[in-house]
Design a protein around this ligand. Structure first.
Ligand code: NAI
Length: 736
C-alpha cells in the first residue's frame, strides 16, 4: 500500500478554519502531523461581528485528538498578524490555505459599495495580505505550498453574485502569477473551486445534496496539493462529493481579419465570426509566452502577405495563432507505391554496394539465391509520403525550402523488406521544436505491406532561421541520437564514393537539384553538388551490417543518425564503429578532411539468438510484439516517472483468429516498471483482451478504447477504471 502522506514538522495556516471547509482542512492536516494555526474572525456569514469561539473550538478539537494547534482571531486583512502567530508558536510557516470567506449576495443593480468592497477585502485582499506575509519566509526556506479558494460561481458566473464572482476569479489570476514567481523557490500555488455543505451553502442547496457534499470530501485534494511530494503548480481544480477535475484554458484557432496595408473593419470580424468561435482543433495555451508568440507570428504573417484574400488570411490565422497546434498532429494523405528488384538494386548501388565485395552480391543481383533489399531501403519506401510538395501543405507552417536541412533520421524495421512490394505509408507531424537557430519538424512515418506494419521512420527536418519562437526545446516524441563511447573505435571501414554517387542515388527518388545541378548548389552556398545525407546513411548502415552482422539483413533492427556536415561525391567515407552488446554506435567522417558527417549514430542489431523469433512464418507473426518491445524499451528510460503516475499492472491477451496467441504484461507498479511476455508475475490489476489487429489500431489511434470496450472488440477484467490510464500509456509510450 502507498505510504501515508504525512506533514510532520510542517506548519500549516488555515484561514477561516473555525467552521465549514477550513475546519475540515485544519483537522486533516493536524491528524497527519502538522502544527496548525486555526485562524477565524468568528463573524456571521455576511462578515458582521466577531468572536474567538469558532477558532477556539477547532483548536480544542485538534488538541483533544493529540494534535498541535494554536488559534488566531484576526481578520485575514491583517495577514502579518496571522503569520506572526505561526512564527511565534511554531517558528516557521510552510503552508497557507486561503479559505476565509463571506457572502453578500445581491442582484447586480442592488450591490452597494460596501457589499462590493467587503467581499473584495475578505476574499481577494485577505488572501493577498496573508500570502504576502508568508512569502518571504517561504522564499528563504525554499519551500512553500499555497492554496487559493475560488468558486465555480467565479469560473462560470452566478446570478446575484457579481461581487463574489469577481473576487473569486481574481484569486485565480493571483494564483497563476504566484505559481510562476514561486516556482524557482519551490513555492507552489494552486487554486480550488470547492463544492461543500456549509453555512455558506445551506440556504442555497437542498439538504440531501448538502449531506452528500461533505467538507471532508474536499480536504484530501488540499492535503495532496500541499504535500512536499506534489509537483502540481498553477493548477485549478473543481472538487466536491468525492470527485476532482482539473480545468485549463482553451482557445479557438481563430481567424486573421486584417490584410496588409488595409484598415481592419467590423465587417471582416462579422464575416469571420464562425471561424473565430469555432472550437474544432482548438489550442490550450498555458502561458503568456505561448499566447503572445502566436500573436507575433500573425503580425509577421500579415505583414509578409500582400493582397491575400480574406479566405487565405483566415487560413493563415488559423495556423499561426495555433502556435503550430494546427501543424502538430497533421496527417498526410496515405501514399502507396510499388517497388521491384530493380528499385532495390538501384538503391543498393546508390549507397555503394558493389560486386567488388562478395557479401554485397545479394544486394545487386536479383539472381542471387539470397537476394535481399538493404534494410535502409526502408527510408526510400517511406519518404515518398512526404515528397512532391506535401510538406508545403502542412497547415500553420510556411516553409522556405531553400532553408530546409535533413537533421536526423531514425528507421526501425519490423519485418525484412520483401524483394518486391507494394507499400502504403502514413505520415504525421509528430512534433515541432524550437532550436533557437531553427525549428525542427518531426515526422513519423508508418509503412505497411497490406495490413502489416513493415517499418517506422522518423524524419527530423531542420528549417534554418525559423526558430526562436519561444517553443519547447525538446520533444518526448523524438528518437534520441546517442553519444559514441569514449574509446578508440572497435572497427573502421572506408569506402570511396564515386563522382557519380549522387547522380546514381537520386534515381531512388530524391530529385532535389542540390545534388546534381552546380548552379543550384552554388545558390545554396555549396562549392558543388553534395551527396544526399541519406546516401551517406545507407553507406554507413551497410558498413555496420557488413562488420557486425556478416551483411545478414535479418540482423538489422533499427538505425538512428544525426547529419552533421555534407559530403562531396568522390570523397572517402569512413565509418567508425563501437560495439556495445547488440547496439553498434558509429560516426562517419570524410577521410580526406576528418570532418564528421554523421554523428551520435547507432544501429541496433537483432541478437543472433532471437533471429528465429524475429522472422517467424508470416501467418504466426504478431504485430503487437514489436509494440510491446518498444514500450518496454521506453519504460526502461522513463519508467520510474510512469510508475508514479499509473501504479498498476496490466496483463494483455492478444488474440489471433479468436485464440489467445500471446500474453504480455506491462508492470507499471513495481520498481521502475517492466514489460515482459507472459502472464503477470503476481496478479494483474486489469486484464485486457483484444485481437492483434485491434491492438495495432488502438496504438495507432484509429480505435478508441472506450468505443472498443462498449462494442465488445476489447474486453477488460479486473479494475476496469484503471484501463483509462491505458490511454495515457498508449498515447505517450506506444507510439512506434
Ligand atoms: P464557512 O462560512 O463555513 O467558512 C468560512 C469561514 O471563514 C467562517 O468560519 C468565517 O468565520 C471565516 N471568516 C470570514 N471572514 C473572515 C475574515 N475576514 N477573517 C478570518 N476569517 C473569516 O464557509 P465554507 O463553505 O467553508 O467556505 C470556505 C471557503 O470556500 C470560502 O472562501 C468560500 O467562498 C469558498 N467556497 C465554498 C463553497 C461551498 O460550496 N461551501 C463553494 C465555493 C467556494
Amino acid at each position: 500500500m502507498a505510504s501515508q502522506l504525512r506533514f510532520d514538522g510542517r506548519v500549516v495556516l488555515v484561514t477561516g478554519a473555525g467552521g465549514g471547509l477550513g475546519r475540515a482542512y485544519a483537522l486533516a492536516f493536524a491528524e497527519r502531523g502538522a502544527s496548525v494555526v486555526v485562524n477565524d474572525l468568528g463573524g456571521d456569514f455576511r462578515g458582521d461581528g466577531k468572536s474567538s469561539l469558532a477558532a477556539d473550538k477547532v483548536v480544542e478539537e485538534i488538541r483533544r485528538k493529540g494534535g498541535k494547534a494554536v488559534a488566531n482571531y484576526d481578520s485575514v486583512e491583517a495577514g502579518e498578524k496571522i503569520v506572526k502567530t505561526a512564527l511565534d508558536a511554531f517558528g516557521k510557516i510552510d503552508v497557507v490555505i486561503n479559505n476565509a470567506g463571506i457572502l453578500r449576495d445581491r442582484s447586480f443593480a442592488r450591490i452597494s459599495d460596501e457589499d462590493w468592497d467587503i467581499i473584495h477585502r475578505v476574499h481577494l485582499r485577505g488572501s493577498f495580505q496573508v500570502t504576502r506575509a508568508a512569502w518571504e519566509h517561504m522564499k528563504k526556506q525554499n519551500y512553500g505550498r499555497i492554496i487559493m479558494t475560488s468558486s465555480i460561481s467565479g469560473i462560470y458566473g452566478n446570478f446575484g453574485q457579481a461581487n463574489y464572482t469577481a473576487a473569486k476569479l481574481g484569486l485565480l489570476g493571483l494564483s497563476n502569477t504566484l505559481a510562476l514567481e514561486g516556482r524557482k523557490r519551490n513555492i507552489h500555488c494552486n487554486t480550488i473551486a470547492p463544492s461543500a455543505g456549509s453555512r455558506l451553502t445551506q440556504t442555497v442547496l437542498p439538504e440531501d445534496i448538502l449531506d452528500a457534499l461533505k467538507p471532508e470530501y474536499v480536504a484530501p485534494l488540499v492535503l495532496w496539493l500541499c504535500h512536499e511530494s506534489c509537483e502540481e503548480n498553477g493548477g485549478m481544480f473543481e472538487v466536491g462529493g468525492g470527485w476532482i477535475g482539473k480545468l485549463r484554458w482553451e482557445r479557438t484557432l481563430g481567424a486573421i481579419v486584417r490584410q496588409r496595408n488595409q484598415p481592419m473593419t467590423p465587417e471582416a470580424v462579422k464575416a469571420n465570426w464562425t471561424k473565430i468561435c469555432d472550437f474544432d482543433n482548438s489550442v490550450k495555451p498555458q502561458s503568456v509566452q505561448e499566447s503572445t508568440v502566436s500573436l507575433i507570428e500573425i503580425v509577421s504573417k500579415i505583414n509578409s502577405e500582400e493582397g491575400v484574400s480574406s479566405n487565405q488570411t483566415s487560413h493563415a490565422a488559423s495556423t499561426a495563432t495555433s502556435g503550430f497546434a494546427g501543424a502538430i498532429g497533421h496527417k498526410f494523405p496515405p501514399f502507396s507505391s510499388a517497388y521491384t528488384e530493380l528499385d532495390a538494386i538501384m538503391y543498393a548501388l546508390g549507397v555503394g554496394a558493389s560486386v567488388k565485395d562478395p557479401k554485397d552480391l545479394k544486394f545487386v543481383y536479383e539472381g542471387s539465391s539470397d537476394f535481399s533489399c538493404l534494410p535502409t531501403f526502408g527510408v526510400i519506401v517511406a519518404q515518398k509520403v512526404l515528397m512532391d510538395g506535401r510538406i508545403a501543405e502542412i497547415p500553420g507552417l510556411s516553409i522556405n525550402f531553400a532553408k530546409v536541412l535533413h537533421g536526423e533520421q531514425y528507421l526501425e524495421l519490423y519485418k525484412q523488406l520483401p524483394r518486391t512490394g507494394k507499400i502504403q505509408s502514413e505520415a504525421i507531424v509528430a512534433d515541432i521544436i524550437d532550436k533557437g537557430s531553427g525549428l525542427v519538424i518531426i515526422f513519423d512515418v508508418y509503412s505497411y505491406s497490406g495490413k502489416e506494419l513493415i517499418c517506422y521512420n522518423q524524419f527530423s527536418i531542420f528549417i534554418v532561421g525559423s526558430g526562436g519562437f519561444g517553443g519547447k526545446r525538446t520533444s518526448d516524441k523524438a528518437k534520441l541520437a546517442l553519444a559514441i563511447p569514449n574509446r578508440p573505435p572497435d572497427a573502421v571501414f572506408t569506402d570511396t564514393t564515386s563522382l557519380n554517387q549522387a547522380a546514381l542515388y537520386r534515381l531512388s527518388g530524391d530529385w532535389n537539384p542540390l545534388h546534381i545541378d552546380p548552379n543550384f548548389a552554388s545558390l545554396a552556398g555549396f562549392d558543388k553538388p553534395i551527396l544526399h545525407g541519406l546516401c551517406t546513411f545507407g553507406f554507413s548502415a551497410r558498413h555496420v551490417l557488413h562488420h557486425f552482422a556478416d551483411s545478414d539483413v535479418s540482423r538489422f533492427k533499427a538505425i538512428k543518425v544525426r547529419f552533421a556536415k555534407p559530403v562531396y561525391p568522390g570523397q572517402t567515407i569512413q565509418t567508425e564503429m563501437w560495439k556495445e552488446g547488440n547496439r553498434i554506435h558509429f560516426q562517419t567522417k570524410v577521410q580526406e578532411t576528418g570532418d564528421i558527417i554523421i554523428s551520435n549514430a547507432y544501429v541496433d542489431l537483432v541478437p543472433t539468438s532471437d533471429i528465429s523469433i524475429k522472422v517467424p512464418p508470416e501467418s504466426e507473426k504478431l504485430q503487437s510484439t514489436f509494440v510491446f518491445e518498444e514500450i518496454g524499451r521506453r519504460i526502461k528510460d522513463i519508467g520510474h516517472e510512469i510508475v508514479k503516475k499509473v501504479n498498476a499492472i496490466f496483463e494483455w491477451h492478444i488474440t489471433k483468429g479468436g485464440n489467445t496467441a500471446a500474453k504480455w504484461t506491462i508492470d507499471l507498479k513495481n520498481g521502475s516498471g517492466a514489460v515482459y511476455q507472459g502472464p503477470a508475475k503476481g496478479s494483474a490489476d486489469t486484464t485486457i483482451i483484444l485481437s492483434d489487429e485491434d491492438f495495432m489500431e488502438l496504438v495507432l489511434g484509429k480505435l478508441d478504447p472506450q468505443k472498443a470496450f462498449f462494442s465488445g472488440r476489447l474486453r477488460a477484467k479486473g479494475n476496469i477504471m484503471l484501463s483509462q490510464k491505458l490511454q495515457m500509456i498508449l498515447k505517450d509510450y506506444a507510439r512506434l
